[in-house]
Design a protein around this ligand. Sequence first.
Ligand code: CTP
Length: 397
Amino acid sequence: MKRVLLIIAGGIAAFKALELIRLLRKSGHGVTCVLTDHGGQFVTPLSLQALSENKVYRELFSLTDESEMGHIQLSRSADLVVVAPATANILAKMAAGLADDLASTVLLATDKPVLVAPAMNVRMWLHPATQANMKSLAARGVQVIGPDEGAMACNEFGPGRMSEPPAILTAIEALLAPPARPLDGRHVIVTSGPTHEPIDPVRYIANRSSGRQGHAIAAALAALGARVTLISGPVSVPDPSGVSVHRVESAREMLDACQAALPADAAVFAAAVADWRVANASDGKIKKQPGAAAPALALIPNPDILATIAAAGPNRPRLVVGFAAETDDLLANAQGKLVRKNADFIVANDVSPETGIMGGAENAVHLISAAGVETWPRLAKEAVAARLAARIAEALT
Ligand code: CTP
């Protein structure tokens, strides 16, 4: 639940604040009211309290209010501060930084976004003093809604009417909503880590992948708003937060989990999948036989997960990203994989032992696509992940 601190200053439009509170409550927001002395001439604390279902704050030096919740805390306990109606007087106090009552003190002390809904006589609104105040408030990031133009209570016509409560509610909700992120509403599958291919129930074939790069990519995609399904082989790096993690062991389990996670807008295959598995994996632990020869392990190919998911079909993600871990002829091999596996991007890295990349904290990659080769500087794996996530977001828009 988002919380709004509503400051009601003294204007005839104060009666509209009651409707605004009702709309805010109906939309599931919490409302706490601060009523100025002049505001109290137009609406009663009792009405505000009944509609907001909350205590109403009025005095700066109230012994009980200050002991229950100090004015500094009051100014920061909400997600948004709204001044409606915002009179010429309170706007002038805000612009000047005056703090001579609870409302103006809260406005000076708050670290939260502030929205004002001006309401005053048309001459007062058009006065250069008010216009100068509005300019300096806007320059400080204060948000403004209205005023509307129309007939006024004082029988004049022009801008000065407070915006209607439904319009103020819309402005409030736009400010309360988290900023849109480029991958909001997108689903991305990421594979990460090594696979373990069993020899028998206690032994397996594996590789040196740590899962750091794949996990960092999952986290970076989630940070851009994507719903991420991370399908991870056995790793010791922690699960990234905000990501749905599925743990698997073998390549075949990884493929099944990828297929079960479809459809997806994009898929990133960062796992170091074992190319082969043991054909004759034993159900029981293989025992040493005195004098007998060591067991021979026959290997058969694993399914290629990337190539399977990237093959044309109705379920193919719009963007498929593969990795190429090479020790020789990096670019030529990676470009071959782009075509052979039908990927849209290949992230190519040199995993020769002297680079320290496999299992290390940094990565130096080339991003290969039909458009050509981009060489990125050596970066922390998190930074490579952030760059790749941004490129994925760009490709999906
Ligand atoms: N990959 C996969 N399933 C496999 C093997 C690889 O999904 N069975 C994916 C990896 O996740 C990576 C890409 O394919 O995105 C390239 O893997 P890599 O091991 O570099 O290349 P391979 O295709 O295995 O070719 P080679 O072993 O000849 O280098």
